[in-house]
Write a protein that binds this ligand. Structure first.
Ligand code: PEP
Ligand code: MG
Length: 875
């Protein structure tokens, strides 16, 4: 039997969303429950995929089915497509499984040509309306299908208005519009070298093909990547009978939300315009009326309208966003969908729907997008102020929020200007640990290089500071303090505004507004916490970050990167001294200076965490990252250490590595210099004993060894830790349980996890490094070329942001299974950036990890994603 590629509205329902798209399945469902819907048919998402599979062509099989449904539509409407008596006009709209507002294209009034337009005039007695519809159609068809920019047509309209001495489109007469139609067709012929297609069937097929093509336009591709929509879904195409809101004073059109989409208020929010077409409402040429006015003008229609809105909301059990048209006193609904809403509105609506008994708590949990919660916790641009601005460039949305300030090119300057009370944005080629104080001082951080797990991105997310990373369009000259983009030069006196949620960069000052968290947040998150099985911890390095994480609901610390504490002004000298030491004696001397500070760090952490699990990782990065690069700093250090400048300089040079990310870092440092691990273990254990005794918290330190790939290196480092820890515990005569575990971030560790688990009491998947090592590309450099991969559709998403479940995920599954086989009660978590990405959190739930750990500001998002994973896939 022939496969079915085209469905009439009465052949489908809401359950067929994947095949018919969101809009199509809703039109089918509305038809089924008796809502007045202009009839039509849906070309399926499978037809779209087939179009691509067949090398971007449509087969006779599919066109045949389209023509068959067209005959059906003629029957149902009593009109003829291309007919001269009662012509059928249709709209052609895209409709993917997920709604992608404004991403794809729409064509209205299709079926008009020089003959059918005459019939429309005869039927309506309204020549102006007929020619206005015709010129709109030519314009849309040319723009969407034939890629002739609509600006060219707008220019012809403007010229005509100037010649006639009028201001508004509505001031043009029927004759003017008829003349415009002629001009439009002439322009079309000039551009395309052929006549504007007058055959409605050709118009229809070409338009359907254009919608298929629009699935892959650059806007749609970017939108899909940001919203995790796979290319394989394809879009459906909806062909629907046109009804007209511009047929005179008993016609009109409008949009409606069943609740307020900005605030969530439980009140229908709708606007309409009499004698108008949909685009007039959107274009803002005339001011729409509030729906309450319809009650005065057409009370019966108003009542019917209200009844339908209630019926649709009750039916879909969610806030609906609808379009409606009144044609000569008859009301039609053209579409409905679950309405987009702000994060605040989403929470209020979810809580209200449970209180109104429309939803269960579990159903309500699925109604809020986890990523939306992010926007709740960060400043955003003032919408009014943003309106008049266009971005000058776009980078990666590395850490959400909005920031505005004057440009600074060095961390030092950022700190100084901030201290003088200036708001600054730090603009760098890339950031390094040295920049930390400037990063703290800045309102936002912008980098030219680096991806979603670059230093700038990870640190900014940790601090909750807005960051746009990897914007290669910018030319930054740090020495001359100049930023060039789009031919314009910006200096330290200029403002820049950046949006870390979209990656947009603006060359002006844009106001920001602080977030407001409502009571609904607490109520809703409590429901999520009741449901979820996966624990949520935070990556936090300082007591301040840890406290922030706990307020956001973190149940522990999954990763404390101890090296982040080493850059503070009062300790960097001792750290540098330790690194350039010539022998163990010198190194121990320097480590002795660091020990009390490191212990103080952990005391602070344990106090904040009050006995919640806290994983502290031993030193991880390549040591040379801590060393000075400028001559004056090297001279100062040489003086402190009583060394010759040249000697120190050559020691520093000897520490240089060609590929430091795969060099002397992680547990390899402890293998070479066991005294470093000894000092850190001492600090961790002594701090735990002190806080436990003083405050009575039940502290079980979790000591984590990074970058392990071989059981023997793990054992070597573990022995240092246990010898040190056991000695202290014995000397102090106290009881203290502690755990020693490892990061799994080298593929070899994942593959040999059964062996590794003999020594490791817990695993934490470091998916930043694991992704880097599995793909074999650098997390710092990949940003530069991954954009080519998206463009060429080799990858759909950034594997450093969204876990690659097929490859990296497989390693996690293998390690989970092997680890549990050796040690059934082994504790498993993830602490790479993926721990704060909703789809990756769902994966972690399904694999059966015990917890995810992410930056403090993402903790609420992870709590919700974990709850949704439980509701969707009870494990
Ligand atoms: C990781 O590799 O995933 C990780 C958490 O460690 P880092 O980002 O510090 O290398
Ligand atoms: Mg790592």
């Amino acid at each position: 039997m022939e496969k079915k590629y085209v469905y009439f509205f009465n052949e489908g329902d809401a359950s067929m969303r994947n095949l018919l798209g969101g809009k199509g399945s809703n039109l089918a469902e509305m038809t089924k429950i008796g809502i007045p819907v202009p009839q039509g048919f849906i070309v399926t998402t499978e037809a779209c995929n087939k179009y691509y599979d067949d090398g971007k062509t449509i087969t006779d099989e599919v066109t045949g089915q389209i023509y068959k449904q067209l005959v059906e539509l003629e029957k149902v409407t009593g009109k003829q497509f291309g007919g001269l008596e009662n012509p059928l006009l249709v709209s052609v709209r895209s409709g993917a499984r997920a709604s992608m507002p404004g991403m794809m294209d729409t064509i209205l009034n299709l079926g008009l040509n020089d003959e059918t337009v005459e019939a429309m005039i005869r039927l309506t007695g309204n020549e102006r309306f007929a020619y206005d519809s015709y010129r709109r159609f030519i314009q849309m068809f040319s723009d969407v299908v034939m890629e002739i920019d609509k600006k060219n047509f707008e220019a012809l309209i403007d010229k005509m208005k100037e010649e006639r001495g009028v201001k508004l489109d509505t001031d043009l007469t029927a004759d003017d519009l008829k003349e415009l139609v002629g001009q439009f067709k002439e322009y079309y012929k000039k551009e395309k070298g052929e006549d504007f297609p007058s055959d409605p069937k050709k118009q229809l097929i070409e338009s359907i093909l254009a919608v298929f093509r629009s699935w892959d336009n650059p806007r749609a591709v970017v939108y899909r990547r940001l919203n995790d929509i796979p290319a394989s879904w394809g879009t459906a195409v909806n062909v629907q009978e046109m009804v007209f809101g511009n047929k005179g004073e008993t016609s009109g059109t409008g949009v409606a939300f069943s609740r307020n989409p900005s605030t969530g208020e439980h009140k229908i929010f709708a606007e309409y315009l009499m004698n108008a077409q949909g685009e007039d409402v959107v274009a803002g040429i005339r001011t729409p009326e509030p729906i309450e006015k319809l009650n005065e003008e057409m009370p019966e229609i108003y009542k019917e309208f209200m009844d339908i809105v209630h019926k649709l909301e009750n039916h879909y059990k969610d806030m609906q966003d609808m379009e409606f048209t009144i044609e000569e006193g008859k009301l039609y609904f053209l579409q409905t969908r679950n309405g987009k809403r702000t994060a605040q509105a989403a929470l209020k609506i979810a809580v209200d729907l449970v209180e109104e008994k429309m939803l269960t708590k579990e159903e309500a949990i699925l109604k809020v997008e986890p990523k939306q919660l992010d926007t709740l916790l960060h400043p955003a641009f003032d919408i009014k102020d943003l309106e008049d601005n266009t971005p000058i460039a776009k980078g990666l949305p590395a850490s959400p929020g909005a920031a505005c300030g004057k440009i600074t090119f060095t961390a030092k300057e950022a700190k100084e200007r901030h201290e003088k009370g200036e708001k600054v944005v730090l603009v760098r080629l890339e950031t390094s640990p040295e920049d930390i104080e400037g990063m703290i001082a800045a309102e936002g951080i912008l980098t030219v290089r680096g991806g979603m797990t670059s230093h700038a991105a990870v640190v900014a997310r940790g601090m909750g500071t807005c960051c746009v990373a990897g914007c290669g369009e910018l030319k930054v000259d740090e020495a001359k303090k100049k930023l060039t983009v789009g031919g314009k030069v910006y200096t330290g006196d200029d403002y820049i505004s950046i949006d870390g949620s979209t990656g947009n960069i603006y060359g002006t000052s844009i106001k920001t507004v602080d977030p407001e968290i409502s009571g609904h947040f607490e109520t809703f998150m409590a429901w999520a916490d009741d449901v979820r099985k996966l624990k949520v911890r935070a990556n936090a390095d300082t007591p301040g970050d840890a406290a922030q994480a706990v307020t956001f609901g973190a149940e522990g610390i999954g990763l404390c990167r101890t090296e982040h504490m080493f850059f503070a002004e009062d300790r960097i000298a001792a750290v540098r001294e330790m690194i350039v030491s010539k022998n163990e004696v010198q190194r121990r001397k320097a480590l002795a200076k660091i020990l009390p500070m490191q212990k103080e760090d952990f005391v602070g952490l344990y106090e904040v965490m009050e006995g919640k699990p806290t994983t502290i990782r031993l030193l991880d990065p390549p040591l040379h990252e801590f060393l000075p690069t400028h001559e004056d700093e090297i001279r100062a250090l040489a003086k402190d250490m009583e060394l010759e400048y040249e000697e120190l300089k050559s020691t520093i040079e000897s520490l240089h590595e060609v590929n430091p990310m795969m060099g002397h870092r992680g547990c390899r440092l402890a293998v070479s210099y066991p005294e470093i691990a000894e000092m850190q273990a001492t600090a961790i254990i002594e701090a735990a004993i002190e806080v436990k005794e003083r405050k009575g918290f039940d502290i079980v330190p979790e000591i984590m060894i990074p970058l392990v790939g071989e059981i023997k290196e793990l054992k070597y480092v573990k022995d240092i830790i246990t010898t040190t820890a056991d000695k202290i515990i014995k000397e102090k005569g106290v009881e203290l349980k502690y755990l020693v575990g490892t990061m799994i971030e080298i593929p070899r560790a994942a593959l040999t996890a059964d062996e590794i688990a003999k020594e490791a009491e817990f695993f934490s998947f470091g998916t930043n490094d694991l992704t880097q090592m599995t793909f074999g590309f650098s997390r710092d450099d990949a940003g530069n070329f991954l954009k080519d991969y998206y463009e060429k559709k080799v990858y759909e998403s950034d594997p450093f942001a969204k876990l690659d479940q097929t490859g990296v995920g497989q390693l996690i599954e293998i390690a989970t299974e092997k680890g549990r086989k050796t040690r059934p009660d082994i504790k498993l978590g993830i602490c790479g950036e993926h721990g704060g990405d909703p789809s990756s959190v769902e994966f972690c739930h399904n694999v059966g990890l015990n917890y995810v750990s992410c930056s403090p500001f993402r903790v609420p998002l992870a709590r919700l994603a974990a709850a949704q994973a439980q509701v969707k896939n009870k494990r």
